[in-house]
Design a binder for this molecule. Structure first.
Ligand code: FPP
Length: 245
């Protein structure tokens, strides 16, 4: 059971890290007769409130899948719009947030080298503005799980490691500063991982919601939290109640 403090749902050390595949922006827009890009704008608008709610209930790491290594295959117009939207969001909302909130920080997961110079520099500026803070939002940007594993192996070899272990590889992952996700939520109803956190999701709990990302609400979060606490995580072992059977 999740803890209830007063009427408020609070997480504990069992649920400290959540990752989200923010899917359904395009469908949200087309259902309203709007251009797909309007869905991305609506999707960006809810992010701050969602992060605040996770934080309020005790989660310290939230990882958002913003743009994958495969998303470059989308029409150029949509890619350009998404990159500009992300840049503007970082430059306005995120910079202001980091300045005004001493507990908030943001890191980027993925290969920054092929981002535009202005976006790459904004990401680096934001990472340097806030370190070792209690809340981390990881934004997966030009991120691919397979690419991350190959990148980590190459970086480990370049640093002089001659053999790879799980511990060595984990240190070179883009996520080395955050625990593996306890819970991965996917909006938009599709049952797939889409090259997201392939290494880190080994024992994550998955929740798939039909809700489209721009409609994702604090109520949805609370339902996901309750569902998470109703599950027994065994990590390949046995549940405590089965050990003496
Ligand atoms: C997937 O929905 C969504 C994306 C590829 C982009 C996610 C971006 C945002 C939520 C906004 C910008 C992010 C930040 C961090 C400011 P889709 O377009 O594939 O939806 P569909 O499955 O309905 O087509």
């Amino acid at each position: 059971m999740a803890n209830l403090i007063g009427d408020t749902l609070m997480t504990d050390e069992r649920l400290d890290s959540v990752a989200i595949i923010m899917d359904g922006n395009g469908r949200w827009a087309t259902r309203r007769g709007l251009d797909r890009t309007a869905g991305h704008v609506a999707g960006a608008k809810i992010i701050e409130g969602i992060l605040e709610h996770f934080r309020a209930i005790g989660v310290h790491h939230v990882t958002l899948y913003a743009f994958s290594t495969e998303n470059w295959k989308r029409p150029k117009r949509e890619v350009d719009m998404l990159m500009e939207l992300i840049y503007k969001y970082l430059d306005s909302v995120v910079v202001k947030k980091i300045k005004s909130d001493p507990d908030f920080s943001m890191k980027f997961l993925g290969d920054k080298s092929i981002l535009s110079k202005k976006l790459r520099e904004k990401c680096i500026e934001i990472e340097e503005m806030a370190q070792d803070r209690t809340f981390v939002c990881n934004v997966a940007l030009n991120y691919g799980g397979r690419d991350e594993i190959v990148h980590a192996a190459n970086a480990a070899f370049a640093d002089g490691h001659t053999s790879i272990t799980e511990d060595v590889l984990a240190k070179y992952m883009y996520t080395s500063h955050s625990p593996d996700p306890d819970l991965i939520i996917r909006t938009g109803g599709d049952f797939r991982i889409s090259n997201f956190l392939l290494w880190q999701s080994a024992y994550s709990e998955f929740i798939i919601l039909d809700t489209l990302w721009p409609d994702f609400s604090n109520d949805d979060i609370d339902k996901c939290i309750s569902e998470f606490y109703s599950r027994t995580r065994r990590f390949g072992g046995l549940a405590p109640e089965d050990k003496n059977a």
